[in-house]
Design a protein around this ligand. Structure first.
Ligand code: ZN
Length: 476
């Protein structure tokens, strides 16, 4: 049984912080307003995982001119997109009320995509100024395949039915008690829905930046204390939902899945290739790793999918469920690596003489689902590598290797070990220890028993020499 979870990493709730009226114009009056955004975004980024969808006005409000951009504002927004994964949503060029011109609406999308063409940034979200929209707006959106339109209608608590008219859950301003916001967040969290918080980080809704910062921190301190929240944006949530609805996952064996998607068939290809989370029941498997197209995925657990076009891929286990988070590229294979190399035979103890050379046989099996290289290592009581041999073992096969060593030069009982180091994954899959019993008595640095053995071996020769000596003496 395999499914794509409703939210990234099987989160309980998707949380979006929508902030309106960030301005890119070089016009002087813009700077004081954008200063609130600095305080706001600094607070947001301090949590290390919260994202925002930023409504960007690209030119001087209420003008109709193509005045220049403020380079600092442009570069800062670039950092927010590429390093933190915030969304640059369009909020028109001039922030006019309806009816708007095509130039006002689509011109802003051209502006944003032009400024960030080096990272192939795609605008997916159009935030209607004043929350007002008419048929013109919806037509412009259709013309350019802009999938998400945002109103200011409150009360949204789950994935929107009509993305073109996506509302908000709550609005926070200086007149709203943060505790009422927190209570609403808890309700959405317990129902497993989508929570969208909305504000203007400007003088429009706050007396000063400290007042705003205090209220926002109170809310975010609470949200970030909850487990399993997906901090996301409109563009990401929409893309995730579309990929989830269109991806085809087929099971090819007990451990192999194929993930197929054709992005050109979704919204004319205007979509972000974001990670999706695949849930697989692994009741009958021992999972040792997950590969995507032959490359091992890291183990992890995140509440944030990463920044634009540098998204996270990872897997995690929770009870009998395996959650594999990947960015589908078109045709991908996911392979569950069940237990890989196991030492199936190795002596538990060995008796040797002082300084004697000895050999042990070690059998290693590949219990995994792919062929692999294992390095079988022999380590002494000081954890020093005595000998290592690399062998390739096919999936399901096993191999026996001989390892040779020299016994310690003092009598005693030593604990040595054999390791099966998985060269492909870089981890020791299995290790077994055994005792080395070294016998012998030292006399002046020489083992008496060995001397005795040597004497016994040489005895016939000595006897012969003696006999010859006696015979020679008798003849004389
Ligand atoms: Zn606005």
């Amino acid at each position: 049984m395999v499914t794509v979870t409703k939210f990234f990493n099987n989160a309980k709730m998707a949380f979006i912080f929508r902030i309106d009226d960030y301005q890119l114009s070089a016009d002087d009056s813009v700077d004081s307003e954008n200063r609130f955004f600095r305080t706001f975004i600094d607070r947001i980024n301090s949590y290390g995982k919260v994202k925002t969808s930023i409504a960007v006005i690209t030119r001087e409000p209420h003008s109709s001119t193509l005045d220049p951009f403020n380079e600092n504002s442009v570069e800062w927004l670039r950092t927010l997109i590429t390093q933190y994964g915030h969304e640059a949503a369009s909020h028109t060029r001039w922030h006019n009320d309806i009816p708007r011109t095509e130039e006002d609406v689509l011109g802003a999308i051209d502006d944003i995509e032009g400024l960030y063409s080096d990272i192939s940034y795609l605008v997916l979200t159009y935030i209607f100024p004043y929350g007002h929209y008419d048929d013109n707006d919806l037509n412009y959106m259709a013309q350019r395949s802009i999938p998400v339109g945002c109103t200011t209608t409150p009360g949204l608590t789950d994935i929107p039915n009509d993305w073109r008219l996506t509302g908000i859950t709550d609005r926070i301003t200086k007149d709203v008690d943060p505790s009422t916001i927190i209570a609403n967040i808890d309700n959405v969290y317990s129902s497993g829905g989508v929570y969208i918080l909305f504000t203007h980080p400007t003088t429009y809704e706050w007396d000063n930046a400290i007042q705003m910062d205090t209220a926002i921190a109170q809310v975010l301190d609470h949200v970030t204390s909850l487990d399993g929240v997906w901090y996301t944006t409109f563009g990401e949530l929409w893309s995730y939902t579309m990929i989830r609805n269109n991806v085809q996952i087929t099971q090819e064996s007990s451990t192999r899945y194929r993930v197929i998607i054709d992005y050109t068939q979704i919204n004319n290809g205007r979509i972000w290739k974001v990670p999706i989370t695949i849930e697989i029941d692994v009741t009958d498997l021992t999972v040792f790793g997950v590969n995507k197209n032959g490359n091992p995925l890291p183990q992890g657990d995140y509440e944030n999918a990463g920044a634009y076009n540098s998204y996270r891929e990872f897997y995690r286990l929770e009870g009998n469920k395996l959650y594999v988070t990947i960015v589908p590229t078109g045709d991908d294979t996911i392979e569950i690596v069940t237990e890989h190399f196991q030492i199936t035979s190795c002596p538990s103890s060995i008796s040797v003489r002082l300084g004697e050379s000895f050999t042990i046989n070690v059998t290693v099996a590949n219990n995994g689902t792919i062929d692999g290289t294992v390095e079988i290592r022999l380590k002494d009581h000081n954890n020093n590598l005595v000998m290592a041999r690399q062998v390739i073992i096919a999936a399901g096969d096993s191999t026996t290797v001989k390892l040779t060593a020299t016994a310690p030069s003092s009598p005693g009982i030593y604990t040595w070990k054999v390791e099966a180091y998985n060269v492909d994954s870089g981890v020791v899959d299995d290790s077994k220890s055994f005792t080395v019993e070294v016998s012998g008595v030292l006399f002046g640095g020489i083992d008496i028993q060995q001397m005795m053995q040597l004497f016994l071996q040489l005895l016939p020769l000595i006897m012969l020499i003696l006999l010859i000596s006696i015979l020679v003496a008798a003849i004389r």
